[in-house]
Design a protein around this ligand. Structure first.
Ligand code: ADP
Ligand code: MG
Length: 729
């Protein structure tokens, strides 16, 4: 029997497919209609003002006050035309989500009426009273004020009658309190470094920017069932739940026909996303039941990150209309796959070239190989930092589980490229090239066949895989603000490219030919970065051993992993590239620790509450029924038959008692450990204690609760079960 309470609960809702009010079947008719994009700007701004905004977007020029007034007035006119009543600075504080504080356009006028106003200074800068956002101590010591400042490179948009203006968020002293600021700074660093390098190959390249195409995984769950699971409501994940007899064993959900309820939701989601100019392109069922994925066409990284944040908001908003809840936790259910975000990353130039596309000419190929090898070298040097960039309590449960990349960072480049790099490595030395063949290094570059573009070579187990013309960073968590892995990647690669340039310059200063010098350094980098390359199965235990031999780190837990952010080398790296200061890094480290502590604390309290208030009373109730039943049997049966027949019954009662006693004991022990943790003074120690003394009880308690779930009458069980949660009906 299915659990009647929850099925009844969920059936009280209209579970029919929600009819969607489609604006038009032609997406291009409404695509971007809620975005203050270049087309709108051209219409609403004078030529000079438009040019000024363009220069701000493309070259980072400052917008003067007069132009800002014009832009503000244009934004207001446009926004009011389509029904906006409020405006807000929209930013990414270090909580990980987005923040907004709405102001109405309206101001009282002297005649007792009101007028709508929005001025340049309100567009450029705001001072929200945002003192409750985490600052890692940055704002305690100075003024508590925080400022938001307009980012013209990400277009303003309208959501639910509010004009949203993407901004950065900094402290009174100018220190970053958000995700966008370091991302923008890292984009400047990688632009500078890559452009300088590209000039060695092509003088027409004057700008390089990172591109990002994310793939977002998520779960859908019926909202009534969701509401009946306190763990889903409070922690976004289930803390208990026996595996369903069937879940993903048959792989029948992956790429299967999308359930009509889910499809109606997706269509609605896509309409909202397209109106906001988010170029959603693909949708499909993922591996676990009720797990899905969507992906847009890639964009410039800053806009792509904003769009991902917006999309996560839309997922939540639209799902409510369809009586679903979207779960973005990295591991909402044990046993079945968790959710990630695959970040497809590359570098594009103003000349329309993707620097990770193998070239047709030898010179283009040398450029491609140079960029590729620098990326490998950067990821090798900073593998621990790359791992740290995706660390979170939720993602710890996913990385290293049997379905996701492990906590060990390695790079996959495919057979063809491996062969190419091996060949380059074996080529004669610089002297050999110039003296022996006297033809220059270029002629020795092995050809890279175009088939590479076909993506034929795939390795789903690699956390950082080259897929033809981009790297796919697969270890990012589904809930993460993806700016962090992006600014880390941009920064390490910018730094590496600078180092490469300097080494080449050093050789050309000694009269080496440019190509020979490039070739020489590339060869050395291939050798140096070899340990980061791994083409095998990253899920295997052999890889763990092999990776350890290669000196790669393997830090499955966030408190250990994030230490990589505050090593001397990493602090110097971020300061050298002007992405984050020492103080900003320390603040972020504190915030991250604090977040980890709170997450584990919440989960631990939940486990205690559910065990004591839900599970144990239910177990006792059922046990009493068994006891009563046994007593009754004694009354009606002769003693010989009774002894024979009641054996099972008594065994059952004993088993339930054992589980109850063990759960109680573990909950008590876990609570004591929490108390110990809370009395420690340093955040690092507290996080460590939560990780190593509190968290291990989660699995231990769960084991016994899940056993009880199998022993107790289904009708009594107080929580919707996996088989109910995981399947859309
Ligand atoms: P998969 O086969 O891994 O699901 P897809 O072919 O669906 O991958 O593409 C995944 C993402 O990669 C898409 O968002 C796509 O736009 C993005 N992508 C393609 N080329 C680039 C690029 N040059 N830079 C960044 N992202 C890219
Ligand atoms: Mg992919």
């Amino acid at each position: 029997m299915e659990n009647f309470r929850f099925i009844a609960l969920s059936e009280t809702l209209d579970r029919q497919v929600v009819p969607v009010n489609y604006p038009s079947n032609k997406i291009s008719d409404y695509y971007g209609s809620m975005v203050f994009n270049r087309t709108v700007m051209r219409e609403y701004l004078t030529k000079e003002a438009f040019r000024s905004v363009e220069l701000a977007i493309e070259k980072g020029f400052k917008i003067d006050r007069k132009v800002a007034d014009q832009v503000a007035s244009a934004m207001k006119a446009w926004a009011m035309n389509i029904g906006a009543t409020h405006y807000t600075h929209w930013f990414h504080p270090l909580t990980g989500s987005t923040a907004e504080k709405h102001d109405s356009f309206v101001n009282p006028a002297e005649n007792g009426r009101a007028i709508e106003e929005f001025q340049g200074n309100e567009l450029i800068q705001q001072e929200p009273d945002a003192s409750s956002f985490p600052s890692g101590g940055i704002r305690n010591t100075f003024e508590a004020r925080g400022y938001t400042a307009w980012d013209p490179s990400s277009p303003a948009f309208i959501m639910e009658n509010t004009l949203c203006i993407p901004t950065i968020f900094v402290s009174y002293t100018g220190e970053s309190l958000d995700y966008k600021t370091p991302l923008l700074r890292s984009m400047e660093a990688i632009d500078k470094a890559s452009t300088r390098l590209c000039q060695l190959f092509d003088k027409n390249i004057t700008k390089v920017y990172p591109t990002l195409g994310w793939e977002q995984e998520y779960f859908l769950v019926d909202s009534a069932l969701f509401a009946a699971r306190p763990d889903l409501v409070l922690a976004g994940k289930t803390v208990f739940g026996h595996a369903s007899a069937k879940d993903q064993q048959l792989s029948d959900h992956y790429f299967g026909t999308i359930h009509s309820r889910a499809r109606a939701f997706m269509r609605d989601l896509e309409i909202e996303a397209h109106k906001l100019g988010i170029p959603l392109k693909t949708r499909h069922n993922e591996v676990a039941p009720s797990q899905f994925e969507c992906a847009p066409v890639y964009e410039e990284a800053n806009v792509a990150v904003d769009h991902n944040q917006l999309l996560m908001h839309l997922l939540d908003m639209v799902s409510r209309k369809h009586h679903f809840k979207v779960l973005l936790h990295e591991k909402p259910y044990a046993v079945v796959n968790g959710s990630g975000k695959h970040n497809n990353w590359s570098l594009a130039t103003n000349t329309g070239v993707n620097l990770l596309t193998p070239g047709k000419t030898a010179m283009d190929n040398l450029r491609f190989i140079t960029v590729l090898v620098n990326i490998l070298k950067a990821v090798h040097t900073h593998e621990a930092l790359v791992r740290a960039s995706v660390a979170s309590a939720g993602n710890d449960l996913r990385l290293g589980a049997n379905e996701a990349p492990p906590a060990i960072i390695s790079a996959f480049i495919g057979e063809q490229l491996t062969r190419t790099l091996d060949e380059i490595e074996q080529l004669p030395s610089h002297e050999g090239i110039t003296n022996g063949m006297n033809k220059g290094a270029l002629n020795n570059i092995p050809k890279i066949p175009e088939i590479l573009l076909d993506n034929t070579d795939r390795n789903r187990t690699s956390p950082f895989a080259f897929t033809g013309n981009k790297f796919e960073f697969r270890a990012v968590g589904s809930h993460a603000n993806t700016a962090k892995p992006m600014f880390v990647l941009n920064t390490i690669i910018a730094d590496q490219l600078d180092q490469f340039y300097d080494e080449v310059k050093n050789l050309t200063d000694q009269n080496w030919k440019k190509e020979d010098a490039i070739f020489e350094v590339v060869k050395r980098y291939i050798k140096d970065s070899k340990p980061i390359r791994f083409e095998g199965n990253s899920y295997s235990d052999e890889w763990k051993e092999e990776a350890a031999k290669r000196g790669l780190s393997n830090t499955p837990n966030t408190p250990d992993a994030i230490k990589a952010f505050i090593t001397k080398e990493v602090i110097e790296l971020f300061e050298r590239n002007e992405v984050l200061s020492h103080r900003e890094l320390l603040a972020r480290y504190e915030i991250k620790l604090d977040k980890y502590i709170r997450k584990i604390q919440i989960e631990s309290r939940l486990i205690s509450d559910l065990s004591i208030n839900h599970i144990i009373p239910t177990a006792i109730k059922y046990q009493n029924t068994l006891i009563e039943n046994a007593r009754g049997l004694k009354d009606v049966l002769d003693s010989k038959t009774y002894v024979k027949l009641s054996r099972n019954q008594v065994q059952n009662i004993k088993e339930i008692s054992d589980h109850i006693a063990t759960i109680r004991q573990y909950v008590e022990e876990m609570t004591s450990e929490r108390k110990v943790a809370n009395h420690l003074h340093e955040a690092e120690q507290i996080a460590h204690h939560y990780c190593y003394q509190v968290k291990p009880y989660f699995e231990k308690i769960r084991y016994h609760v899940d056993k009880l779930e199998m022993l107790i009458d289904d009708g009594l069980w107080p929580l919707p079960k996996y088989r109910e949660l995981l399947f859309i009906k």
